[in-house]
Design a binder for this molecule. Structure first.
Ligand code: ADP
Ligand code: MG
Ligand code: ZN
Length: 615
């Protein structure tokens, strides 16, 4: 299996020269290549692997940003094998650790792990081996709380160190250190103690997801000294991205999409709730797909069974919460569908990243409705959203940080909303910008919905409209949803509008002249940019929630005094010419040929703000 990365995608190092680490003249080069082939069965190195290994083996602290599936494990397992002593690996999940150890033992590399859930006698055996003069272990895996809570482990490390047998410290999934990341794990913050206690031991921190601020946070918390940073592009050229308005017919759309594009191929459908997983799976089974569900309410044996069926291709489509995916190595996942809004762009990127590991073209389709945003937001604020297994049960337990975590989560969600609302910019550009990476949308080659629409855009100053919307929210007493606000703004004479006498407001119908999706995009922009704030409240005893818009006066003031202006890009109007010329030719070769017409106006799906949460 090879991962196809073109040269353009290959690494650059921040603040250093890559050539030095690419050299094949290190004392260990021959041994490295030999073991890579013989022990690990790899024909060559993947991008950056050789460079990272050379840097860490030269004794530097190294920080690695490499997409999921890029091959991070090899960058510490291979050095562990050829260096004297034991490499300590901190990894967040026992199941991930077990999986790694199984592979290592298959390759005849002695490895062990210590976790709190282990029998005492078993732990004693491992300590005994570590204490022996001829300790066999090359790698010792531990979970972060072991470091934070077990004096025995720290003593053991000191012991190894004094005998010069502590080779290296590896922090896998290092983004868990940072509160700004989407997988914050308090125990990771305690890992700074390792550098304090063993300042001379090289640290290798690895992650597949880190924005610039997360990276800074991690480097600081771990106390890395003059660390060398390797990062490579997070662009995945073989993944085709699109966002589609979610309607009542969503499940039929999904069925049709799979049948037309990926019939009998393997895929994942990410759902928001456990109930959703079961519903979607059932519906797809009715439609003749080999589908199953996977979520946190199932016991370990059930989950393992489903995962096994899936890896053996007995089941094609897994309908899962974000609990599914970590450590999954299936190379031929042809599609990742999001049935609901993901909680952050980082999470979304990682979930999509499970598709197309073999480098073949794969689809990433997100069904978006504004109603789902309200639903996710409510689940986050209630602490009932399903979490990725990395953080399962951790964020909630950590009450001291609750408000900060909530704030970060809400902010992450809003960014995801504005990604979905954006029907102009290249999806790759938007995602990569989030990781601090610049991307020229010309390189997209129409592999995302927005690029393949090939609309020319115009930038408009919409400050006046924005002010009117803020004014309207104020004049209705800051008690109404964005859907209601838009109805009034567009001049609706509907019952809901009249019930509150809103047809008499001076701003009633002020936005009549605007294009269908325009007003809603401006309104949404005001929310994402914090001029308006959205409050979620339970509206009735059945548990349905609704959102209410409020004005953030401090921010809004800048609009009134002319300090802020708001400019947005809109698709320029196309001549209503022969239907089929430009649109259809743009649609050809697009993976969503049948769906392009639906993408046009996102407004239609956004009128529903009351969502049933009882499911
Ligand atoms: P990551 O931790 O970056 O997500 P892994 O270390 O789990 O990725 O590696 C993903 C897959 O790639 C594994 O199946 C691994 O065996 C394979 N792999 C890693 N390096 C190479 C290589 N140089 N050549 C071929 N396969 C590799
Ligand atoms: Mg990994
Ligand atoms: Zn694009």
């Amino acid at each position: 299996r090879t991962l196809h990365l073109s040269n353009a995608d290959v690494s650059y190092i921040e603040g250093s020269i890559i050539e030095k680490w690419r050299s094949r003249k290190f004392p260990w080069t021959a041994k490295l290549e030999d073991n890579n082939k013989k022990v690990f069965g790899n024909h060559s190195f993947r991008p950056n692997q050789r460079e990272i290994i050379n840097a860490t083996m030269s004794g530097h602290d190294v920080f690695v940003l490499m997409p999921t599936g890029g091959g991070k494990s090899l960058t510490y397992q291979l050095p562990a094998l050829i260096c004297p002593g034991v490499t300590l690996v901190i990894s967040p999940l026992v199941s991930l650790i077990q999986d790694q150890i199984m592979h290592l033992l298959q390759a005849n590399i002695p490895a062990a792990y210590l976790s709190a859930s282990m029998e005492w006698s078993e732990q004693q055996d491992i300590h005994r081996e570590l204490n022996s003069d001829y300790c066999r272990y090359k790698l010792l895996y531990v979970t972060p709380e072991k470091v934070a809570k077990s004096d025995a482990l720290l003593r053991q490390l000191e012991n190894l160190h004094s005998r010069e047998l502590l080779a290296r410290i590896v922090i896998d999934e290092a983004h868990c250190v940072s509160q700004w990341g989407h997988d914050f794990r308090p125990d990771y913050q305690g890992l700074g103690i390792l550098k304090q206690k063993f300042p001379c031991i090289p640290v290798l921190a690895l992650t597949a997801t880190a924005t610039a601020s997360v990276k800074e946070d991690v480097v600081r918390a771990l106390g890395l000294a003059n660390c060398i940073i390797f990062r490579q592009s997070f662009n995945r050229p073989n993944l085709w991205y699109s966002v589609i308005p979610k309607t009542k017919k969503c499940l039929e759309d999904i069925d049709k999409f799979i049948k037309e594009n990926h019939f009998d191929e393997c895929g994942i459908i990410y759902c928001l709730s456990r109930m959703d997983c079961e519903k979607v799976s059932e519906k797809l089974q009715e439609c003749g797909h080999k589908a199953a569900f996977y979520h946190g309410n199932m016991d370990g044996a059930q989950r393992a069974f489903v995962q096994k069926q899936w890896s053996k291709d007995e089941v094609n489509v897994i309908c899962a919460t974000v609990a599914f995916g970590m450590g999954i190595n299936k190379p031929d996942v042809r599609f990742v569908i999001h049935h609901s809004l993901p909680k952050s762009i980082e999470g979304y990127h990682q979930e999509c990243g499970r598709a197309g590991r073999d480098g073949q073209r794969s689809s990433c389709v997100l069904y978006y409705s504004y109603g789902d945003y309200i639903r996710v937001k409510h689940m986050i604020s209630q602490g009932v959203a399903e979490q990725s297994p990395l953080t399962y049960g951790y964020n909630r337990a950590n009450t001291a940080n609750t408000s900060r975590v909530l704030e970060t989560n809400t902010d992450n969600l809003l960014r995801m909303v504005s990604y979905c609302e954006n029907d102009v910019d290249c999806r790759r550009l938007l995602q990569l910008a989030h990781f601090g990476e610049r991307f020229d949308s010309n390189s997209c080659g129409k592999t995302c919905d927005n690029c393949s629409k090939r609309k020319t855009c115009v930038e408009k100053d919409v400050t006046e409209t924005a002010k009117q919307l803020v004014e309207l929210v104020k004049s209705t007493g800051q008690k109404f949803s964005s859907a209601h606000t838009l109805e009034v703004f567009r001049g609706s004479q509907g019952q809901n509008v009249k019930k509150h006498g809103h047809e008499k407001l001076s701003l009633h119908g002020a936005g009549k002249h605007l294009g269908k999706g325009e007003a809603s995009r401006i309104l949404r922009h005001l929310v994402t940019e914090d001029y308006l704030v959205e409050d979620v409240k339970k509206s009735d005893i059945y548990g349905s929630v609704s959102s209410v818009l409020k004005v953030n006066m401090q921010k809004a003031y800048n609009l009134y005094n002319g300090q802020d202006s708001i400019r947005l890009r809109f698709p320029s109007l196309m001549k209503p010419s022969n239907p089929g010329t430009s649109e259809v030719s743009a649609a050809k070769g697009s993976l969503l040929s049948g769906k392009l017409s639906q993408i046009d106006n996102s407004a239609q799906s956004q009128s529903k703000t009351d969502v049933d949460l009882s499911a």
